[in-house]
Design a protein. Structure first.
Length: 265
């Protein structure tokens, strides 16, 4: 592990799941961390559980669907830490519903949260990293950001959009020593399915089959942070489900056969 001492990280969606695990891994390895999500109380507990001095972290509550004050939020970070070395766009929400039955309002909400939230935050910090002539921007996609999948139409679309946007950001800012990492999780043992939206916008409220036996958020966080600091362009993390990414690329006909076997009910 590269020495993370005094590097400044901003992690969104840091109150639970992968974001929480990443934030705590960073704090325990001497990084300085900005923790963001809607739940300020949960963010405080994430930091306090690590037992680190308050000079090492900043609690910055945000709702990625309401970022009109993003410039003021960024100023608070610079006032405390003077720079931003790493941005981890992790905040997001999943889906469990058939496209033909899903309200367009739900589709828009998923796209606003998963795509536009990351875009707005990234555009706010890009000038800082360009001025620094260094930085890393990462975005949490998904295996279904690499291919479509039943019950994930808007979710998959939002993750596909992240790849297009951030690969463009990488190409445009290479001269400023700004790296972009796409984080591609498979199954991670988090509450992502419980919080997923159904066709009418209500919570799914169930743990997906196989989720409980998947890789832990802490194990995922270590893989992700190591991948980011090594400058990896894509960081796959999960179990055997990651094989679908390779099957889709190299054996598309077999991928279509397998995907058609998945129940859409």
């Amino acid at each position: 592990m590269q020495n993370l001492n005094n590097t400044v990280w901003w992690v969104t969606g840091a109150s639970s799941g992968i974001g929480k695990a990443i934030a705590q891994f960073l704090l325990r390895n001497k990084a300085k961390v900005v923790l963001s999500s809607r739940n300020e109380e949960a963010l405080m507990k994430v930091a306090e559980d690590c037992g680190v001095d308050k000079s090492r972290y900043l609690i910055l509550p945000i709702d990625v669907n309401k970022l009109q004050d993003i410039d003021e939020k960024v100023k608070l970070i610079l006032d405390k830490f003077s720079r931003i070395d790493f941005l981890v766009n992790n905040a997001g929400i999943s889906q469990r519903s058939i496209a033909s039955e899903t309200s367009i309002d739900v589709d828009r909400q998923i796209m606003e949260t998963n795509f536009f939230g990351s875009v707005i935050i990234t555009k706010a910090i890009l000038p800082i990293m360009i001025n620094q002539k260094s930085g890393n921007i990462s975005a949490v996609s998904s295996v279904v950001g690499k291919f479509g999948f039943p019950l994930r139409s808007a979710y998959s679309a939002s993750k596909h959009a992240l790849h297009g946007f951030f690969e463009s950001i990488r190409a445009e800012n290479k001269q400023y020593n700004i790296n972009v990492s796409m984080i591609i999780p498979g199954r991670i043992n988090t509450s992502v399915s419980n919080n997923a939206l159904t066709k009418d916008g209500s919570q799914y409220g169930k743990l997906d089959e196989g989720q409980a036996n998947s890789i832990s958020p802490d194990a995922a966080a270590k893989i992700i942070v190591n991948g980011i600091i090594k400058g990896k362009k894509e960081i796959l993390v999960g179990g055997k489900e990651l094989l679908m990414v390779h099957i889709r690329r190299w054996l598309p006909s077999f991928y279509y056969y397998l995907s058609n076997k998945v129940s859409a009910t």
